[in-house]
Design a binder for this molecule. Structure first.
Ligand SMILES: *Cc1c(COP(=O)(O)O)cnc(C)c1O
Length: 392
């Protein structure tokens, strides 16, 4: 009997410890963990530097109110701004809070320049921005919003298929009261679907023309996951607002919204806040993750190992063209799209001690830690190949 509400469909397995890319279950089995808390443990389990940081900080100071200066947060915000497009940061605790804060920043900006009616956010239908009341209606997915009405107003939707190649319907969807377009640079839950570079550029252009804001949700695809610090970097597009979370805490809950100077001008004292957001313990961990993940050497290594992984996954796809439809994604945000439902495939991977997780469109999502070793990739490839041969 479990006293936890039944809102998750949990697998019947629990873990006692983790080390790097591996998890050890309560019944003594060792698993290669290519879920990593869904792109959260960017440096794997129990990374020595993170353990040292959290031990050290835990003896000094855990939490103080945002009524006071928090030097650890100042440091992390500075690092994030120096590394990216951003001029200012607000810290939160999760991805949904970060995307909500992004929406607030966009609306508040137009309010602050005397255009309070410019407040609608245009999103991709069935995208994913979190599970709060506002963010489920931002996604607009029936599955997530059903039973949670009344509908939160202020969101409009475009279909992802409209994105290719020239967004035929986008212009009609931008109205006088549209404040921003918000999209995931790579749709994660939606099945590892990157928005093509051309389309990102088009989005930026149309936002400039219509004088609206571009919000790129990098909660899943950011913080080195693609081999660039942000997934949008290879497009040279500069967003106005970027929510982040998952990877930046390396397993400690941290969210943040990054913004440029223009939009930050609306966020005057009292406009937003969070009790826990940006506390010294979280910020200490975030600083250590950032120091490691933001280095070019580290990011280049993500690119290198990703290339090796993707080339070999493609070989498996060619060997089993009736099983695998497409290999998707970038960096270490990888989707294996199957022809059939992925549940059995994931179960078989697990029987062979490889953990992966589903995404929409029959996709098996593969999210190794960013410091994964080549021999661990080889091990995963072997298991994936074996499962393909069994399913074939
Ligand atoms: C996971 C995710 C969120 C929500 O993050 P939570 O921490 O679960 O609230 C938002 N946007 C994207 C793109 C995500 O992948």
């Amino acid at each position: 009997m479990s006293y936890l509400a039944k809102n998750y469909n949990r697998k019947k397995i629990a873990f006692v410890k983790g080390k790097g890319s591996y998890l050890f279950s309560t019944n003594g089995k060792k698993y290669l963990d290519f879920v990593q808390g869904i792109a959260v443990n960017s440096l794997g389990h129990a990374h020595s530097k993170l353990v040292k940081t959290i031990n050290g900080q835990s003896k000094k100071l855990w939490h103080v109110s945002n009524a006071f200066q928090i030097p650890e947060g100042e440091k992390l915000a500075k690092k994030l701004c120096k590394k990216t497009f951003a001029d200012y940061v607000i810290f939160q605790n999760s991805g949904a809070e970060a995307t909500e804060a992004a929406i607030k920043v966009a609306r508040r900006y137009f309010y602050s320049i005397g255009k309070p009616n410019k407040n609608r956010i245009l999103c991709i239908k069935n995208s994913f921005h979190g599970r709060t009341i506002a963010t489920i209606f931002a996604s607009g997915s029936k599955k997530m919003t059903e039973g949670f009405g009344p509908k939160v107003p202020g969101f409009d939707h475009i279909d992802f298929k409209d994105y290719k190649p020239r967004f035929p319907n986008l212009k009609n969807k931008i109205k006088k009261n549209t404040a921003a377009i918000m999209v995931e640079t790579i749709m994660g839950e939606g099945g590892i679907k990157p928005i093509p570079v051309k389309c990102l550029k088009y989005l930026r252009n149309i936002c400039n023309k219509k004088k609206i804001l571009l919000i790129l949700d990098e909660v899943q695809c950011g913080i080195g996951r693609t081999g660039d610090f942000f997934a949008f970097e290879n497009s040279k597009v500069k967003p106005d607002i970027v929510p982040i979370a998952k990877g930046i805490g390396g397993g400690f809950p941290i969210g943040a919204v990054l913004m440029n100077k223009k939009v930050a001008s609306g966020m005057t004292p009292g406009t937003h806040g969070s009790t826990f957001g940006g506390n010294p313990l979280a910020m200490a961990v975030g600083n250590t993750v950032m120091d490691i993940v933001s280095s070019n050497k580290f990011l280049n290594n993500v690119k290198r190992i990703s290339k090796y992984f993707l080339i070999n996954l493609t070989k498996i796809k060619e060997k089993y063209p009736n099983v695998i439809k497409e290999i998707r994604g970038r960096g270490l945000l990888i989707g294996i799209q199957l022809y059939n439902n992925q549940t059995k495939f994931i179960k078989k991977l697990m029987d062979n001690r490889l953990l992966a997780i589903r995404a929409a469109e029959n996709v098996v999502r593969i999210l190794p830690p960013l410091n994964v070793k080549k021999n661990e990739i080889d091990r995963a490839l072997k298991i994936i190949n074996k499962v393909c041969s069994e399913i074939n």
